[in-house]
Design a protein. Structure first.
Length: 138
């Protein structure tokens, strides 16, 4: 889980660098980042949903509040993967030479995506992982 968080945070850092550099971005960095987003998220989400979330559910006794948290985290996974598709599409277009017409809008989109990933990680670190005996101080 620590590795999964580290990889997602590295992705967030790469997206933040791209957002900060707009409109003068490294097109190869855009292509590399675009190609990494969806496979990385799918693999991590699968791991969380099949290993981490069931362990969390088993480790907690308060029931409904924790089940609601797991439902919300699963919903965030779906939202993140949908948003990842849009981010991937724009990064691929930029990487292939598309003119950046509205750098501010693209930057806003990238920031919205990586900030939601960071919030998800923070919640897992603060609430989920301690319950299952994983210490991930960040």
């Amino acid at each position: 889980m620590k590795r999964a968080h580290r990889e997602k945070l590295q992705l967030c850092d790469a997206l933040e660098k791209i957002a900060d550099d707009l409109p003068s971005v490294d097109r190869l960095k855009c292509l590399g980042t675009a190609n990494a987003i969806i496979p990385l998220l799918r693999d991590i989400h699968h791991y969380e949903e099949t290993i981490i979330f069931p362990a969390y559910e088993a480790a907690t006794s308060s029931g409904q509040a924790n089940l609601a948290s797991i439902r919300r985290l699963r919903a965030e996974h779906v939202e993140d993967e949908c948003f990842a598709g849009e981010v991937t599409e724009i990064l691929l277009a930029i990487g292939h030479g598309k003119t950046i017409d509205n750098a501010e809008a693209i930057g806003f989109m990238l920031r919205g995506f990586f900030e939601s990933l960071r919030r998800h990680i923070a919640f897992e670190r603060e609430h989920v992982l301690p319950k299952i005996g994983i210490v991930d101080p960040g």
